[in-house]
Design a protein around this ligand. Structure first.
Ligand SMILES: [Zn+2]
Length: 329
């Protein structure tokens, strides 16, 4: 059975909600048929953005340090990419190994979360919520893929809410804990997602975010080094070691944002959160000998983070607690 994302069926207004911009025109101008260019930083709104990697179309905002693709594919092109039927085949084929991944993340959440309810943003087929359910008074999730929603319903008895978090009407409901695992790097406007999370959490509520460590991981640093010394395979790589976004299937994951822990911390603090934990997300999915190798690498990076306070791992996990009063943006 294949989980198929169904964004192609959405209208233009729904697409704008799914991909996270408010009503009205998004803050960019179209440059050419399949690309759009942002004139301002999507996180802080400043015009002080500069291209830091022209080979891979990577920009950086000077005031807030946010690194992002610019220009980038239009929303129509992204929708078509995410609508490919086989895009989510691995969700089910790796179910057992993914159970281990979700248990590792759940352990992290339980160690800092607070009693009460849980909302998982981008819940996929609901595997995490199913494991989390016994530990919370209620669990909820949002998901844009109708097929994933259907699997969650049949497999786990979960009723996920269709759409991106900004498009779902929660009424007056609030949640004690919100998890956002590897969602922010995919949405065109991560700021709106965090803003919405802030509105859905009461004072003291806990927000857990995981994103790739695209700019500062050991892997990308190694790529940059190999490029510098002229290793042929890396000669065409840009200065940051990030791939240029193409939608021809050669890149399986499209990251529109490339967060550092500092940029992410600044973002959540804008909305009244205090960071209470800045660590590594144990994201790996592996079995057999691979599980030990990847687990070993994760533990090594954890030790480096503990001793040197440097995150060289592939991912970032940030836990933030909402303050008593929500700060203005
Ligand atoms: Zn900025």
């Amino acid at each position: 059975m294949v989980a198929r994302i169904s964004l192609a069926k959405l209208g233009s207004q729904e697409k704008s909600q799914v991909f996270g911009w408010a009503s009205g025109s998004p803050p960019w101008r179209r440059m050419e048929m399949n690309l759009e260019t942002l004139n301002v930083c999507p996180l802080c709104g400043t015009e002080h953005i500069r291209t830091v990697d022209p080979v891979s179309n990577i920009c950086e905002c000077e005031p807030c340090g946010y690194v992002f693709d610019n220009p980038r594919p239009t929303i129509e092109k992204l929708v078509a990419f995410y609508s490919q039927p086989a895009k989510y085949d691995t969700w089910l084929s790796q179910e057992q190994a993914r159970d281990q991944l979700w248990k590792r993340r759940l352990k992290q959440v339980l160690s800092v979360g607070r009693p009460g309810s849980l909302l998982d943003v981008g819940a996929g087929i609901g595997q995490f919520l199913n494991l989390a359910r016994p530990h919370f008074s209620s669990v909820s999730g949002t998901e844009v893929s109708e097929s994933a929603i259907e699997i969650a319903r049949k497999k786990y008895g979960l009723e996920l809410m269709r759409g991106e978090i900004n498009a779902v009407d929660f009424g007056t409901t609030q949640f004690d804990n919100i998890t956002v695992f590897h969602v922010l790097e995919h949405v065109p406007n991560p700021r709106l997602v965090i803003e919405r999370c802030a509105a859905l959490l009461p004072a003291g509520g806990v927000l857990v975010i995981a994103v790739p460590n695209d700019v500062q991981s050991l892997r990308v640093r190694t790529k940059r080094f190999l490029r510098t010394i002229g290793v042929p395979k890396f000669r065409k790589t840009g200065t940051l070691g990030l791939p240029r976004v193409v939608l021809d299937g050669s890149i399986s994951e499209i990251h529109l944002s490339h967060f550092t822990a500092v940029a992410l911390k600044r973002l959540v603090e804008k909305f009244g959160f205090s960071v209470v934990r800045n660590t590594l997300d144990p994201y790996y999915v592996a079995s057999g000998i691979g599980k030990w190798k990847q687990g070993g690498y994760y533990e090594c990076c954890r030790a480096v983070k503990f001793v040197l306070r440097m995150n060289l791992y592939d991912t970032i996990l940030l836990v933030a607690r909402k303050g008593i009063s929500q700060a203005a943006s």
